[in-house]
Design a protein around this ligand. Structure first.
Ligand code: FO1
Length: 307
């Protein structure tokens, strides 16, 4: 069963790990948000790609979800001593990846080729595709002005009040090679329980991706990021309030209405009308949880493709 999953952030990476517990790696393609990418200290950082690479290779810092577990901090400590910016924490091993990626981009390699090589280096059998090779920058219009994503998310800890989210560069970006084919040829497409507004919407803003999701013969199933009326972590709940969107599964179904066929929700939570629903405990603490939620999404997709 060939499965394509759209993902961003830490929550999305957990679901992809769950899919790899229940499917052969060769059958899984992840299309990853790159709207969080930014240049820092002259380096091109792709947080959601790196979070996925580290998570799937078992190298991730499991408490944080991002960055590496086996990290040392000599670079950052020295940078701080020299008066450099230390708000965005770059570990020594993580830094090596950013330096390599930046060097290869400067040599003309595409983000897709660099990511594919890194996946092989990390022993990851799944296909990992950036949503686009071009730079797409998620920016937020807030009561503190226009903020780049990492400034909002890390430097300001999601405190500013958001009125609008923009994906600068999306309208001239092309889906990365293989992205549209991965959606069109899948037996099932899964939208991971990532933040819909910060991690999935950038993907949908790249021309061609949203229509490919609407047109694919494959059933498209989303996993709701809302659990028991709350969002597990990150700014999803606060953002939805600021954007005037009710914190409910019905809002998630409506947000993806033009292309999803089914929604996996947390056992006992509000079940939206007019869409196929599967229920399970969707909080993913350990790897068994991740496999269960992934299997629930696949089972729902299978039930839909038989119709
Ligand atoms: N998140 C933080 O909250 N603080 C950090 O200092 C930080 C550093 C960092 C370095 C590399 C990387 O790949 C991710 C990093 N993140 C950090 C997480 C990142 O901001 C988010 O994971 C994504 O951008 C949104 O999910």
């Amino acid at each position: 069963m060939k499965v394509t999953v759209l993902t961003g952030g830490v929550g999305g990476a957990k679901l992809v790990l769950g899919l790899l517990r229940v499917l052969p790696a060769a059958d899984v393609t992840a299309i990853v948000n790159t709207g969080d990418d930014f240049r820092h200290l002259g380096l091109h950082v792709s947080p959601d790609i790196d979070t996925l690479l580290y998570t799937l290779s078992g190298k991730a810092n499991r408490e944080q979800g991002w960055g590496r577990a086996d990290e040392s901090w000599s670079f950052l400590e020295t940078l701080r001593d020299l008066g450099g910016p230390d708000w965005f924490q770059l570990g020594d091993r993580d830094l090596a990846l950013h330096v390599l990626r930046t060097t290869r981009l400067a040599n003309g390699d595409g983000l897709d080729a660099i990511t594919a090589d890194l996946a092989v280096r990390f022993g990851i059998g799944a296909t990992i595709l950036p949503m686009a090779n071009a730079l797409v920058a998620t920016r937020l219009e807030t009561d503190e002005g226009l903020l780049d994503f990492q400034h909002y998310f890390v430097a300001r800890r999601c405190v500013p009040q958001v009125s609008r989210i923009r994906f600068d560069g999306a309208d001239t970006a092309l889906p990365a090679p293989g992205v549209l084919a991965a959606i069109a040829s899948a037996d099932a497409v899964v939208i991971a329980p990532s933040n819909p507004f910060l991690s999935i919407d950038p993907l949908l803003a790249v021309p061609g991706i949203r229509s490919a999701l609407a047109l694919t013969k494959a059933p498209v199933v989303a996993v709701s990021p809302i659990i028991a009326g709350r969002a597990v972590k990150g700014p999803t709940a606060k953002l939805m309030e600021e954007l005037g969107i009710r914190l409910a599964n019905a809002s998630i179904a409506a947000h993806y209405a033009d292309f999803i066929d089914g929604l996996v929700i947390n056992q006992g939570d509000d079940a939206p009308d007019g869409i196929a629903i599967a229920q399970t405990a969707t909080l993913m603490r350990d790897d068994d949880d991740k496999a269960r939620v992934a299997q629930a999404a696949l089972d729902l997709a299978t039930s839909l493709s038989c119709q």
